[in-house]
Design a protein around this ligand. Sequence first.
Ligand SMILES: [Zn+2]
Ligand SMILES: [Zn+2]
Length: 342
Amino acid sequence: MKALVYEGPKKIEIKDIPELEVGQKEVLIKVEYCGVCGTDIHIYNGEGGAFDVSPPLIMGHEMAGIVEKVGSQVMDIQPGDHVTVNPNNMCGECYFCLNQMEQFCTRSVGTGTTNHGGFAEYCCVNEKQVFKLNKSLSFIEAAMTEPVSCCLHGIDLCQIKLGDQVVVIGGGPIGLLMLQLAKIAGASKVIVSEPVEEKRSLAIELGADVVINPMEMKLEEEIQKHSKNVNVVIECVGRTETIEQAISIAGYGSTVMMFGLTGPNAQVSIKPDVIFKKEIKLMSSFINPYTFERSVRLIESGRIKINELISDIVPLADSKKVFEDSSYRNKGKIMVKMSTNS
Ligand SMILES: [Zn+2]
Ligand SMILES: [Zn+2]
């Protein structure tokens, strides 16, 4: 089968690799679409991701497809089922798994990070990672289940109350998902800060009440015009400056969710006095514990808009450029299309 293989920092090739063996509890999926995630880019750049990575590796952890074959002990999944995959396979037995913190599982296996993932014609995963989809759902929308599941964990931790005022920093695919989830969670106003004009217009289309270009206006002053007290700030960029900005605009008794991923050695400066006087809660959100099922159902419900977030679809044969050309991929969410026929 054809696959996009990561061979080491800044080295990626389309290759023909042997067919995958399907274990007794495993499911072989014919991948239709697999999304490119910031984590894949971090891996490509040699910075690792949420997990340690050793090449050669087929990346890709945001996929949807059709079940091709199942192992002899698979109970609930059948060939022909439309499915998406939770890339994180937790052991279920370690201290963390047994204490409702499966995201910190010490023996977890990651599809597309430690094991071969979805940038290939086929992908093989454990049955417990597989989630059946309503066949009316498109594979592109279904391939967004993983990023949505990560956002759901983040939103859960923000504990948005009905009527809260929320600021989202960054209007990329994650910021635009967070905007929509904050609305559903009951925010009375969502303000999005984003320098790129097209992304600001998209934010308005997706329900933002106010958009601000932080390059042209002073964010703090602008926010004060629209909000008496910001209750929740969701930082979706992962840069030192934007994290510091998130803290500086946070209101009294607020939560700052540092959702954007920084490099491993990034440092931000904070003034404890500000945190103290405003009782700011600094939070972070790691992967997607227990949110995958809800994510599938939420996307199926049509209550969040997914297609609008996809900036381009590239066939597997052209997928190298997504990694090699950073200006191309900065436009939004890119989906790699695996099959050549459908
Ligand atoms: Zn991802
Ligand atoms: Zn575990």
